[in-house]
Design a protein around this ligand. Structure first.
Ligand SMILES: CC(C)(COP(=O)(O)OP(=O)(O)OC[C@H]1O[C@@H](n2cnc3c(N)ncnc32)[C@H](O)[C@@H]1OP(=O)(O)O)[C@@H](O)C(=O)NCCC(=O)NCCS
Length: 190
């Protein structure tokens, strides 16, 4: 059944967390009812400071502003909580809601690519949100809790290296990092 497949994917993903490959699976709750999921994905985050995301809402909860809210929340975690430098997103070009979420939160178009959808090739729009662009739309009404405790698990430990002009970035200084093949993980989308 579809939901069992998704749950197994989430549980497996939680077990695979390593410093250079993680996927954080968040449930979206409205009045304590689960209505969707919002994932934040980091690949080689300790080196590049980049994240991507995956968003999904139950059909009855779409089109009411929740998609934009949950992405804003995950971006707050990425930039304010984890000190990310850049967030990317991939959307199918005809997924108007997903494209508008990106555009509305300050992402800029960043080229196109191809993926498969229901067994057919489909064009992907790539988006990019820099830290500076996020700062311009930064919200002050999103509260993060429990982030500090998670940093060591994600390999984010020390403020030490400079990535980009004048920017201090958290970066793990450790030998023997394990890098999982990207092909092991579903693509970040939305
Ligand atoms: C993509 C998704 C998370 C967006 O969430 P949402 O709650 O429906 O979107 P919102 O209500 O926050 O609306 C965001 C923007 O899209 C617009 N929008 C929403 N639904 C739309 C629709 N069906 N057609 C066109 N525009 C739409 C809104 O007007 C808003 O635009 P604005 O900010 O310019 O005013 C949700 O629709 C979803 O889960 N879709 C199925 C899964 C999916 O496609 N995930 C992305 C994988 S690539």
């Amino acid at each position: 059944m579809a939901h069992t497949y998704w749950l197994r994917g989430s549980w497996a993903g939680r077990a695979r967390v390593s410093a250079d490959s993680w996927r954080l699976y968040f449930a979206v709750l409205v009045d304590s009812e689960p209505v969707g999921m919002q994932d934040l994905i980091g690949r080689n985050f300790t080196w590049f400071g980049t994240v991507s995301s995956f968003s999904w809402l139950a059909p009855g909860s779409r089109g009411r502003g929740l998609g934009k809210e949950m992405r804003a929340a995950i971006l707050q975690l990425a930039f304010a909580g984890l000190d990310a430098g850049e967030a990317g997103s991939d959307t199918f070009v005809d997924n108007e809601a997903s494209n508008r979420v990106c555009r509305g939160l300050g992402y800029e178009p960043n080229g196109t690519d191809w993926d498969t959808r229901r067994g057919e090739p489909a064009r992907i729009q790539q988006w990019r949100l820099t830290r500076d662009a996020w700062e311009r739309v930064r919200r002050d009404d999103i509260e993060l809790t429990g982030v500090e405790e998670c940093l060591p698990v994600l390999g984010i430990g020390q403020r030490s290296a400079t990535i980009g002009p004048g920017r201090t970035h958290r970066r793990l200084i450790a030998a023997g990092l394990v890098v999982l093949p990207v092909a092991d993980h579903p693509r970040g989308c939305g």
